[in-house]
Design a protein around this ligand. Structure first.
Ligand code: FAD
Length: 398
C-alpha cells in the first residue's frame, strides 16, 4: 500500500479521526454541520453582539433531535454518546453559547429529570423540552458557592406536605428564557430529607424571579441569569425522588462536561480553519503569509492540537458508549481540550493580525467564549485537583 500523499490529507483533520465515526454518527455530523453552517453561522456575530438568540431557534434545534438527544424515550432521539458529542462539536464550531444552550437543556435540566425524576415529572416536562417547546435551566452555583457547591445556602424546608425554598443561584444559563428550573437546595436532616436535594420549579411559581446578567464579554449569545427564590412554595412531589446528596447534580455535570470535551474541538477547529484560510490569502512582504516559517509553525501546532483534541474526544466517546467513562476521564478531557482550544484561538488571533480582534471573523468570539468554558462545569484547577486525587489517592481540595 502506498503512503497517503500530502495532497490526500485533509488539513482540517490531518489524522482522519472522523473515519472512526459510524455511519449514523457521520449522518448526524453532516446534518448538524449543514444546519450550523447555513442557519447559524451567518447570524451568530449579530446575535453575539446583541446578546440574544432568536426565540424560534429552540424549536428548530428540537426538530433536529438535538435536545436531550442521547436520552431514551419521552421524545428524545436516543443517539449514541459519540453522536451527541459530534453534534456538540458542530454547534460549538459556530459558537460556544449555542452549544451551552443545548448542553444545559439536554445534559443538565433534561438529564436531571430523566435520571432522577418521577414518572410524572418526566411525562410532564421531557417531551416538551425535547421539542424545544419548554426550556430548562439548572441552578447549582450560588454567589458564595461556586467550585464548592457543598457550601450552598439555598434551603428547602417542609411546611406540612409542601416544600418552601429560599436562596439564590448565580450564573444560571438559559434562566432568563426558562420555563422550568432544576434547583438544588440543602434540606433539614431532622426532617428526614438528608442533605442536598433537587427540585423541579416552574419559573412561573410565585416568589421565583430571574435577574438577567448583562454586560458579559463572553458567551453573549447565551442568556445567563441570577435566580432569586423567596418563599417559593412547591408541592411535595416537586422533589426529584432519585437524587440524594451532591452526587445528584454531579452526575448531571459529568454529562454536560462530556459535551464540552467535543464542543471545544469544534471551536478549536473553526479557529484553525479560519487562520489557515486567512494565511493563504493575506499577503505581506510580497507573498502569502502562509509561506513564512513562523506562521507555519503556528499552523502546524494548531493542526496537531486539533488532531490530539479530536482523538481524545473520540476515545472518551467510545468509553462512554461502552459504559466505561469515569469522572477522572472527563476531567482529563475537559482540562486538555478546553486548554488546547484556547491556545489555538489565541494563536489564530495573532495570524489574523488586526482583523483578528473584530466580529468579522469568528476567532476572537471563540476566544472570549472559551474563557467561560474554561471556568464553568468545573474550573481548570478543579479538574487538575480531581486528576491529582485520582493518581495520588490524596484529596487536595481543602
Ligand atoms: P470560584 O469557585 O470562586 O473560583 C475562583 C478561582 O479560585 C478559580 O480559579 C478556582 O479554580 C479557584 N479555586 C477555588 N477553589 C480552589 C482550590 N481548592 N484550589 C485551587 N484553586 C481553587 N452554574 C450553574 O449551576 N448552572 C449554570 O447553568 C451555569 N452557567 C454558567 C454560565 C456562565 C457564563 C458562567 C461564567 C458560569 C456558569 N455557571 C453555572 C457557574 C460556574 O460553574 C462557576 O462559575 C464555576 O463553578 C466557578 O465558580 P466561581 O465562579 O464561583 O469561582
Amino acid at each position: 500500500m502506498s503512503p497517503l500523499s500530502t495532497s490526500e490529507l485533509d488539513p482540517i483533520d490531518i489524522l482522519a479521526v472522523d473515519e472512526e465515526l459510524g455511519e449514523t454518527e457521520r449522518d448526524i455530523r453532516d446534518t448538524v454541520r449543514s444546519f450550523a453552517r447555513s442557519e447559524l453561522a451567518p447570524h451568530i456575530a449579530e446575535w453575539f453582539e446583541a446578546g440574544t438568540m432568536p426565540k424560534d431557534l429552540t424549536k428548530r434545534l428540537g426538530a433536529l433531535g438535538l435536545l436531550g438527544m442521547h436520552l431514551e424515550g419521552y421524545g428524545c432521539a436516543g443517539a449514541s454518546a459519540t453522536a451527541y458529542g459530534v453534534a456538540c462539536r458542530e454547534l460549538e464550531a459556530v459558537d460556544s453559547g449555542l452549544r451551552s444552550f443545548v448542553s444545559t437543556q439536554g445534559s443538565l435540566a433534561m438529564y436531571a429529570l430523566h435520571r432522577w425524576g418521577s414518572e410524572e415529572q418526566k411525562q410532564q416536562w421531557l417531551p416538551a423540552m425535547a421539542a424545544g417547546e419548554a426550556i430548562g435551566c439548572f441552578g447549582l452555583t450560588e454567589p458564595d458557592a461556586g467550585s464548592d457547591p457543598s457550601a450552598m445556602r439555598t434551603r428547602a424546608r417542609r411546611h406540612g406536605d409542601d416544600w418552601v425554598l429560599d436562596g439564590s443561584k448565580m450564573w444560571i444559563t438559559n434562566s432568563p428564557v426558562a420555563d422550568v428550573a432544576v434547583v438544588w437546595a440543602q434540606t433539614d436532616p431532622e426532617q428526614g430529607a438528608k442533605g442536598i436535594r433537587g427540585f423541579v420549579v416552574p419559573t412561573s411559581t410565585p416568589g421565583f424571579t430571574v435577574n438577567q446578567i448583562t454586560r458579559k464579554l463572553s458567551l453573549r449569545a447565551s442568556a445567563t441569569g441570577e435566580l432569586v427564590l423567596e418563599s417559593v412554595r412547591l408541592p411535595a412531589d416537586a422533589v426529584l425522588p432519585g437524587a440524594k446528596g451532591l452526587s445528584g447534580p454531579l452526575a448531571c455535570l459529568s454529562e454536560a462536561r462530556f459535551g464540552i470535551i467535543w464542543g471545544a474541538v469544534g471551536a478549536a477547529r473553526d479557529c484553525y480553519e479560519t487562520a489557515l484560510a486567512y494565511a493563504g490569502q493575506r499577503e505581506q512582504f510580497g507573498r502569502p503569509i502562509a509561506g513564512f516559517q513562523l506562521i507555519q509553525q503556528k499552523l502546524s501546532e494548531m493542526a496537531v492540537q486539533v488532531a490530539q483534541a479530536s482523538l481524545l474526544a473520540s476515545r472518551l466517546g467510545r468509553l462512554k458508549d461502552a459504559g466505561r467513562l469515569d469522572p477522572t476521564h472527563i476531567s482529563v478531557g475537559k482540562l486538555a481540550n478546553v486548554r488546547a482550544a484556547l491556545d489555538v484561538a489565541r494563536s489564530a488571533r495573532t495570524i489574523l493580525g488586526g482583523n483578528g480582534i473584530t466580529l468579522e471573523y469568528p476567532v476572537f468570539r471563540h476566544m472570549v467564549n472559551l474563557e467561560t468554558v474554561l471556568t464553568y462545569e468545573g474550573t481548570e484547577e478543579m479538574h487538575m485537583l480531581s486528576i491529582g486525587k485520582a493518581v495520588t489517592g490524596v484529596q487536595a481540595f481543602r
